[in-house]
Design a protein around this ligand. Structure first.
Ligand code: GLU
Length: 286
C-alpha cells in the first residue's frame, strides 16, 4: 500500500512553532516514503475555535513549502460519517449514555460500562465507549513499544459530548480511515490518545495505521507550545527563519544558502531519515 500521511490541525489559533514542527515532520516522512501528504482541519469543537484560524493556517502552510496532495478535508463537513460510526457503535451496544458530572467522576471513580448517575431524560447525556480490561499495545516508529490498559487509564471515554459534538478520538479515527492514512505522524502529546484510537478502530472494523510521535517543542517553563495560548506564532511572510528552526529541532541540517522554503525543504529531505529523528521533547528559546 502506498504511504499516505497527514497533518490535522485544530483551528484554535494561528500556526505556531509546535504545529509547524508537526507539519514539517509529517511532510518529511511522507515525502521520504514517496507518499502523499494530506491536510485535515479538525473543526468540530466550536467553543475552542478561533474565527479565521483555519484560513490562517491553510494560507501559512504553502508559504512554508508545505503543499497538500488532495483538497483539504474539513471535519465540520463530516458529521454524517461520525453519526454513522456512532450508530454502528450503538447498534453493537458498545456505548452508553452518561449523565455523570465532572464532580461525580472526580477522585478517579471508574465507570464500569454504565453511568453511575440517575438517568435524566430531560438532559442530553454524553455518550461513552465501554472499554475492556485489556492491554492495547502498539509499536511507535519513534517512541518504541507502547502499552496501555484503557480501563485503568482513560476509562470509558466520551465519544459524543453533552452538547452533541463528537469527540476528537472518534472523528480522528473515522477520518484517518476515510483519508486512507497509512502513517500518522504527530506530536508526542497525542501518544497517550493512540490506544483509545486503536481500540476505536477495532470496534469500527477500521484498519490501524502506523504511528510516529514526534518530540514536542516546549516553552521555557517546560510546557507544550499551544496554539490556543498564541505561543510562538510563526510568520508566513518570512518563512525561512522558522523553517530552519523547525528543521534543526527535527535534527536536520538546515541549508544556510537556500533562498526559498521549497528549496530549504528539498535539501532537508535529501538528508532526512526517520530513524534519526530525536526522541525527546525540548525547550525552545522565546
Ligand atoms: N487536531 C490535533 C491538534 O491540532 C491533532 C490531531 C492529530 O494529529 O491526530 O493538536
Amino acid at each position: 500500500m502506498s504511504y499516505r500521511g497527514r497533518f490535522a490541525p485544530s483551528p484554535t489559533g494561528h500556526l505556531h512553532f509546535g504545529s509547524l514542527v508537526a507539519a514539517v515532520g509529517s511532510w518529511l516522512c511522507a515525502r521520504h516514503a514517496g507518499g502523499a501528504w494530506l491536510l485535515r482541519v479538525e473543526d468540530i469543537d466550536p467553543p475552542r475555535e478561533m474565527p479565521g484560524s483555519a484560513e490562517s493556517i491553510l494560507a501559512a502552510l504553502p508559504a512554508f513549502g508545505l503543499h497538500a496532495d488532495a483538497p483539504v478535508l474539513f471535519q465540520s463537513r463530516r458529521i454524517a460519517a461520525y453519526d454513522e460510526a456512532f450508530e454502528q457503535l450503538r447498534a453493537a451496544d458498545l456505548v452508553f449514555p452518561c449523565w455523570c458530572s465532572r464532580n461525580d467522576l472526580a477522585g478517579g471513580l471508574h465507570l464500569d460500562g454504565h453511568c453511575l448517575a440517575a438517568p435524566q431524560p430531560e438532559r442530553a447525556p454524553a455518550w461513552r465507549l465501554r472499554v475492556p480490561d485489556e492491554i492495547i499495545a502498539f509499536d511507535d516508529a519513534l517512541q518504541g513499544p507502547q502499552a496501555q490498559n484503557l480501563r485503568h487509564t482513560a476509562g470509558d471515554f466520551v465519544i459524543r459530548r453533552v452538547e452533541g459534538y463528537y469527540a476528537y478520538q472518534l472523528a480522528c479515527v473515522v477520518d484517518d480511515a476515510y483519508q486512507g492514512i497509512t502513517q500518522v505522524v504527530r506530536g508526542n502529546d497525542l501518544l497517550d490518545s493512540t490506544p483509545r484510537q486503536i481500540f476505536l478502530q477495532h470496534c469500527l472494523g477500521l484498519p490501524t495505521p502506523g504511528y510516529l510521535h514526534l518530540p514536542l517543542a516546549l516553552d521555557e517553563g517546560g510546557r507544550k507550545l499551544s496554539k490556543s495560548e498564541q505561543a510562538h506564532p510563526v510568520d508566513p511572510t518570512q518563512p525561512l527563519p522558522a523553517l530552519r528552526q523547525a528543521l534543526a529541532f527535527l535534527g536536520l541540517p538546515a541549508s544556510a544558502t537556500a533562498e526559498t522554503a521549497d528549496t530549504l525543504l528539498a535539501e532537508a529531505l535529501a538528508h532526512f531519515d526517520p530513524a534519526l529523528l530525536p526522541h525527546c521533547s525540548e525547550r525552545i528559546a522565546a
